[in-house]
Design a protein around this ligand. Structure first.
Ligand SMILES: NC(=O)C1=CN([C@@H]2O[C@H](COP(=O)(O)OP(=O)(O)OC[C@H]3O[C@@H](n4cnc5c(N)ncnc54)[C@H](O)[C@@H]3O)[C@@H](O)[C@H]2O)C=CC1
Ligand SMILES: O=C(CO)COP(=O)(O)O
Length: 330
């Protein structure tokens, strides 16, 4: 039995808490940074704002008291939007004990530093670290639909602990030792999902989606390998797996943002309509491009996505330029 503190009560934190509760055998705390949301969750027994339709069992203890949430926890499951991880960890750093495992389930790159979540954690704490990623829409995990994810850690026994504690009849957990590969697979697929959404919004058909997925995995892999990841990791759950899900699944927020851009709506208006829900690709696109420049990696889809998001480029022009690039080997 482990005591698990889920830090972040958005859709994914809530779904993982539900999955762990259904599995049984753990003590579970769910922390929300908002006292009002924590109160609503406790009173209604449901996360009406981020994951409506799923009843929270009473054995998930909801709190907005961060020190209380992490006290004597074996695993700190960090599921905040990636831009908030540093703030949350900085707050609890003096309270961490040496053996507490920090498990990140966020899929993003820090916008200002281009750091992956493992690097953000390492800059604050020296605790054992693992990352959980893979094709996993929160709503489907909450509903107990069969899902496979991957957990990576440089310490195999840490990944095995998470595998043991999270595996259930509806959640299959693979282990991996490639932290940068798994982290970048989870983060970069959001950028490509935005682009796939743009193509869908422009009504460009199935061929364009397949082209973006396959050429997307090519550029994701180039950057991940340059950052120390393994090529085969990007062919796995946290690369191709999550990319296929997010580029084709109607539940993806990143793809939805892309569709709206393709339909001609402006980014601020689209973000406002998400009502506080996070589409990580919006922040990670510029960071991915920053990393690409640092490692001299070519990322044409990411480049065009950045121009659409942050330089007001017309989506049709972006697609035209992608198609007009000089011919090359596959
Ligand atoms: N929703 C999904 O299906 C999945 C999401 N993820 C990843 O999980 C991470 C969290 O996403 P969701 O749970 O979907 O979020 P969400 O979009 O459902 O909710 C936003 C979250 O941000 C939190 N928040 C807002 N301001 C904050 C602050 N100042 N400090 C700390 N937290 C703050 C809110 O309390 C809420 O928990 C993201 O990195 C996402 O990419 C990963 C797999 C699946
Ligand atoms: O990461 C996800 C599924 O694996 C969720 O994707 P979105 O953030 O685009 O909804």
């Amino acid at each position: 039995m482990s005591r698990i503190a889920v830090l972040g009560a958005g859709a994914w934190g809530t779904a993982l808490a539900l999955s762990l509760a259904r599995r049984g055998g753990h003590e579970l705390l769910l922390w929300s940074h908002s006292a009002a949301l924590a109160e609503q969750l406790s009173e209604a027994g449901e996360n009406l704002r981020y994951l409506p339709g799923f009843t929270l069992p009473v054995d998930i203890h909801v709190t907005s008291d961060l020190p209380r949430a992490i006290f004597e926890a074996d695993i700190l499951l960090c599921v905040t939007p990636s831009q908030h991880l540093r703030g949350v960890l900085t707050h609890i750093a003096p309270l961490l004990t040496r053996n507490q495992i920090i498990l990140s389930a966020s899929k993003g790159i820090e916008e200002t530093s281009f750091l992956r979540m493992s690097q953000v954690v390492a800059s604050i704490a020296s605790n054992p670290f693992a990352v959980l990623s893979g094709p996993s829409f929160a709503q489907e995990v909450a509903a107990g639909m069969p899902t496979a994810v991957v957990v990576a850690s440089t310490f195999p026994q840490v990944a095995q602990t998470i595998q043991r504690d999270f595996t259930s009849p509806s959640l299959r957990v693979y282990t991996n030792e490639d932290v940068p590969g798994v982290e970048l697979g989870g983060s970069l697929k959001n950028v490509i999902a935005l682009a796939a959404g743009v193509a869908n919004g422009l009504n460009l058909g199935h061929n364009s989606s397949a082209a973006l997925i396959t050429r997307g995995i090519a550029e994701m892999t180039r950057l991940a390998v340059a950052c120390g990841g393994r090529r085969q990791t990007l062919a796995g759950l946290s690369g191709a797996g999550d990319l296929i899900l997010t580029c084709t699944g109607s539940l993806s927020r990143n793809r939805t943002v892309g569709i709206e851009l393709g339909l001609g709506r402006q980014l601020p208006e689209i973000i406002a309509s998400l009502n506080g829900k996070v589409a990580e690709g919006v922040g990670s696109t510029a960071a991915a491009l920053g990393l690409a420049a640092r490692y001299a990696v070519e990322m044409p889809i990411t480049e065009q996505m950045d121009a659409i998001l942050h330089h007001n480029k017309n989506p049709k022009e972006a697609i035209r330029e992608l198609m007009a690039r000089p011919g090359r080997d596959e």
